[in-house]
Design a protein around this ligand. Structure first.
Ligand code: SF4
Ligand code: SF4
Length: 365
């Protein structure tokens, strides 16, 4: 599955001009405790890796099969991957996202990555179980009910097979990607997953460069998506890993770059700050290209609302959110959500904010 990203909460690219208000905000006990909880993870430094060019299905709108990265020569030698991971560790990377195409097709390479780098996530379509010894988070992509999956992913009984493979697996988070066409289906999918005790989070379809197909969102479909996210968050609080501010950030008419200024190298020319300094997106031949480096390469930046992108881009904007209690609580909920989705052993707390707070400098829609 071609997804990826992780955050760098510690890489603030902004200087606080509001330190007085930040310390005032921290006088609230609830806020202070959550802040102390999430800041323990500011050491995370992410990069992402395409483990293979191959996938066992072919989905419409897959950004992996856009652009040149799909044509590189795969490196299949575990020793070369081990050396890469050791070099990554040496340059300060502490967190890996193994993506694709489909990493479950190369478990021996994922295993080597885990041996060298114990924190990470694998983005998978969930059709082939990943060995338990690889103790990364596993994000399983869901694009609608099984009828829709058959139509746009050409895979039969997909949810059923994904649940069979990952029910009761503490590594697994099912990621429902809202497209323009599958919004209502989320209710039956969420009910099924909740009944099976599975964890679920949400993504918004972000069009690959040049994509003009039917999955692309419109303002109306973004509004409907937000409503469904909020409904399900209140209906299945034990299963849905999300927050109201996550819903706002990922369904806003402006994409993530317009709202927060994307910090990945592809959009961020600085080689000195944050993700611009440390993030790399390795292709399956172990090369990387700074000009193309982001967690969802070949995605159209104007349409980018991807959950993986947001978890870095929103998180990096700490000080922008440190203006008042409500806004900062929303940001904390966002960070608490992404840590629960991306980090093994991290447990999500109750959301602190109970209203839709607008991104700084913007309206709520
Ligand atoms: S599962 Fe679908 S979206 Fe993921 S890499 Fe394979 S074809 Fe692309
Ligand atoms: S697609 Fe564009 S906006 Fe989204 S993460 Fe990549 S560089 Fe940033």
């Amino acid at each position: 599955m071609g997804v990826s990203s992780m955050k760098q909460a510690g890489n603030y690219q902004e200087r606080s001009t509001k330190e007085w208000s930040f310390s005032e905000i921290l006088t609230n006990r609830e806020i202070r405790e959550r802040w102390e909880k999430v800041r323990n993870y500011f050491f995370l430094r992410e990069s992402t890796y395409d483990m293979t060019n191959r996938c066992n299905i072919r989905c419409q709108g897959c950004y992996y099969y856009e652009g040149e990265k799909q044509f590189v020569r795969e490196i299949k030698d575990p020793n070369m991957w081990r050396k890469l991971m050791q070099a990554e560790k040496a340059r300060g990377i502490t967190y890996v996202v193994l993506a694709g195409a489909e990493p479950s097709l190369v478990p021996e390479l994922c295993e080597v990555c885990f041996e060298e780098m114990p924190l990470g996530t694998i983005a998978s379509n969930g059709l082939k179980p990943i060995p338990e010894s690889i103790n990364y988070k596993i994000h399983i992509s869901v694009w609608g009910n099984d009828e829709t999956s058959l139509k746009i992913r050409n895979a039969k009984d997909m949810l059923l097979r994904q649940i069979e493979n990952y029910r009761r697996d503490p590594r697994a988070v099912f990621v429902y990607t809202f497209t323009k066409e599958n919004i209502d289906q989320v209710y039956e999918v969420a009910e099924t997953l909740a009944r099976q005790g599975c964890k679920l989070t949400f993504n918004a379809f972000s069009a690959p460069v040049g994509y003009a197909g039917p999955l692309r969102h419109t303002p109306a479909s973004l509004g409907q998506t937000r409503k469904a996210m909020v409904d399900l968050l209140s209906r299945y609080p034990e299963n849905v890993l999300f927050s109201l501010y996550s819903a706002v950030a990922h369904t806003h008419r402006c994409g993530l770059h317009s709202l927060y200024a994307c910090s990945y190298p592809r959009m961020n020319p600085s080689i000195h700050l944050g993700l611009g300094r440390s993030f790399r997106q390795y292709r399956a031949d172990l090369t990387w290209d700074r000009d193309a480096a982001c967690c969802v390469p070949d995605t159209d930046c104007d349409d980018c609302r991807h959950y993986a992108a947001g978890s870095a881009v929103v998180t990096a904007r700490l000080f922008r959110h440190a203006s008042d209690n409500d806004t900062f609580m929303s940001w904390l909920d966002y960070v608490d959500t992404y840590l629960a989705v991306w980090v093994m052993e991290y447990s999500k707390g109750e959301n602190l904010s109970h209203r839709l707070v607008p991104p700084p400098g913007h309206g709520v829609f």
